[in-house]
Design a protein. Structure first.
Length: 186
C-alpha cells in the first residue's frame, strides 16, 4: 500500500510540474508574439469626461525630453530605443504626423527594474515607470499628467529594448484613447 501511495505521489507531482512547464511555454510563445506591454494611469486627466476626445486638434505628436532621476539603474540605451518605438506606435495607431498643432510628451523615469535570478525561476518581470506630461508645444502648458509603465513578463521579452517598446506602447495608448476616430491617417 505504501508503495502505491509513493508511486501515485510521484505521478501527480510529475503531472503538476509538466503542467507548470507547459503553461510557461505557452506564456513565452504568446509573449514572443505580443512583445512588451504598456499602460498608463492618469494623475491629472485631460478632462473629467473619460469619453471626451480633446486631442483632435493636434496633427503631430513628439517625444520630448525624458530625464533619469534614478541614476545608474536606467541604462543609456533606453533613450536610443524609445524614439523609434514611439514613432512606430504612432504609425500603428494611425495618428497624424504632419505639420500643425503639436503635442509633446516629456517625462521623468521613476523606476527601472531588470529581472534577477529569482525572476528567471518564478517568471521574469521587468519594467520601466515614468511620470509623463502632455504639453502643448505652442503655449508650453501642461495639459495632463500620467504614470506610464512599460512591462515585460516573459523571458523572451527581457532587455532594455523591449522595455522601451513597452513604454512607447503606454505613451501612445494614452494619446490614442483621447484622440477621435476621425482625422486619423489611412
Amino acid at each position: 500500500m505504501r508503495r502505491n501511495t509513493i508511486s501515485l505521489t510521484i505521478v501527480l507531482s510529475s503531472l503538476l510540474m509538466l503542467n507548470g512547464c507547459l503553461g510557461r511555454a505557452i506564456s513565452e510563445s504568446v509573449g514572443a508574439f505580443r512583445g512588451a506591454s504598456g499602460t498608463y494611469v492618469p494623475i491629472r486627466p485631460l478632462s473629467a469626461d473619460k469619453d471626451a476626445r480633446p486631442l483632435g486638434e493636434y496633427t503631430k505628436f513628439e517625444l520630448g525630453e525624458f530625464t533619469n532621476t534614478i541614476g545608474a539603474n536606467a541604462p543609456a540605451e533606453l533613450w536610443s530605443y524609445l524614439p523609434s518605438f514611439f514613432e512606430q506606435q504612432i504609425l500603428e495607431h494611425k495618428l497624424p504626423n504632419r505639420p500643425g498643432k503639436t503635442l509633446i510628451l516629456r517625462g521623468t523615469i521613476l523606476h527601472y527594474e531588470s529581472a534577477g535570478m529569482v525572476g528567471q525561476v518564478t517568471g521574469p518581470i521587468e519594467e520601466v515607470v515614468a511620470r509623463v506630461d502632455m504639453v502643448d508645444k505652442d503655449s508650453g502648458s501642461v495639459l495632463a499628467e500620467a504614470t506610464v509603465v512599460g512591462r515585460t513578463t516573459q523571458t523572451v521579452n527581457q532587455g532594455v529594448e523591449k522595455k522601451a517598446a513597452g513604454l512607447a506602447k503606454g505613451l501612445v495608448s494614452w494619446i490614442d484613447k483621447r484622440y477621435p476616430k476621425e482625422g486619423r491617417e489611412e
